[in-house]
Design a binder for this molecule. Structure first.
Ligand code: NDP
Ligand code: MG
Ligand code: MG
Length: 341
């Protein structure tokens, strides 16, 4: 079992009286900045002041500054920028302003592990990666809980890199959910695998293909949406609370029998082999290269996928049905922003 730490195993002291600069006020940044501030630490935020996120930071009582200025003022620099923009911002605004003994903190090991960012020897390089979307990181903290987090030390220049990372992890609420001590390689590769193969890629394609099969066979779209998408949350909640066996205990015998009877025919050994191939592409850096290359090409492929996926049938009927269920607190994307409807 890997080392798991809780609030009692550390303290906020290593960061008290220090300045934490959170770079970016997006999904992770807005949660980290507010949670750390509510934990009593001193936080400054770097963001473009006039963007939607910049305005949100101002509304939340921060004064968004340029990245270079925030790095100059900070003892700990938390890089909450999109992975693809980090190398450019690092070269231009972070690296030239780094000082001896500062701490550089990442929320995902991607750039350090794949060596697209190579920090100097004189700074600590650590990671605190909450295992949940940024909005959940904030929401859980506000209700007194915390999303579990991974902690790693890549480089310990000061001898206290780990204590500072632990203080940060506690400050964002990770100490309530559990802080798992790992390394950049394991965090990065398992995170990419999970999101590509199961959580995001595998799940999205299962939903889409399940919806296609039912509607192409003539069943109403609404029925298909409920069966292959809406009910997922109920199943996931059961699994989250009690594992697969509790989920199977709760569903009907018919459903449980069908789970064993049909499941392995859908996700079979050939699927498992493709999962292994996906892991190989993550480990050998070819996924990271594809991501970098498409970014260098204006994310042309990425944007095409996003547009095509937005037009899928399951999205259209889903939108209509969710509008009829206001208790779900439905949101819709409008011009790239999530808007409550
Ligand atoms: P977001 O896309 O939500 O936020 C990005 C922020 O960075 C925005 O505030 C944006 O500012 C700013 N930004 C974008 N481009 C630039 C630039 N060129 N110069 C300066 N600022 C810029 O990012 P995420 O929170 O999703 O991801 C941040 C990190 O957290 C990544 O390493 C990711 O892997 C990791 N992570 C993310 C999780 C998540 O839940 N999303 C989960 C765990 C880890 P502006 O408003 O001006 O556009
Ligand atoms: Mg990820
Ligand atoms: Mg059923």
């Amino acid at each position: 079992a890997i080392e798991t730490l809780y609030e009692k195993d550390g303290s906020l002291a290593p960061l008290q009286g220090k300045t934490i600069a959170v770079l970016g006020y997006g999904s992770q940044g807005h949660a980290h900045a507010q949670n750390l501030r509510d934990s009593g630490l001193t936080v400054i935020v770097a963001n473009r002041p006039d963007s939607a996120n910049g305005k949100l930071a101002s509304k939340h009582g921060f004064t968004p500054t340029p990245v270079a200025e925030a790095v100059s003022k900070a003892d700990l620099v938390s890089v909450c920028l999109p992975d693809e923009v980090q190398p450019g911002v690092y070269e231009q605004d972070i690296a030239p302003n780094l000082r001896d003994g500062q701490t550089l903190l990442f929320t995902h090991g991607f750039n350090v592990h794949f060596k697209t960012i190579d920090p100097p020897q004189n700074v600590d390089v650590v990671m605190v990666a909450p295992k949940g979307p940024g909005h959940t990181v904030r929401w859980e903290y506000e209700r007194g809980g915390g999303v579990p987090a991974l902690l790693a030390v890549h480089q310990d220049a000061t001898g206290s890199a780990r204590e500072k990372a632990l203080a940060y992890a506690i400050g964002v609420g990770g100490g309530k959910g559990g802080i798992l001590v790992t390394n950049f390689k394991d965090e990065c590769e398992t995170d990419l695998f999970g999101e590509q193969v199961v959580l995001c890629g595998g799940l999205s394609e299962s939903i889409k293909k399940g919806f296609e099969v039912l509607t192409e066979a003539g069943y109403p779209e609404e029925l298909a949406y409920f069966e292959v998408c809406h009910e997922l949350e109920l199943i996931i909640n059961l699994i989250k609370r009690g594992g697969l066996d509790y989920m199977r205990y709760s569903i009907s015998n018919t459903a449980e029998f069908g789970d064993y009877y049909t499941g392995p025919k859908i996700v079979d050994d050939a699927s498992k082999q493709r999962m292994k191939d996906a892991l190989t592409h993550i480990q050998d850096g070819s996924f990271a290269k594809a991501f970098r290359d498409d970014y260098a090409n204006g994310f042309a492929w990425f944007k095409k996928q996003r547009a095509e996926n937005a037009g899928h049938g399951v999205e259209g009927v889903g939108k209509e049905l969710r509008r009829m269920m206001p208790w779900l607190n439905p949101v819709e994307l409008q011009d790239g922003k999530a808007v409550e409807v």
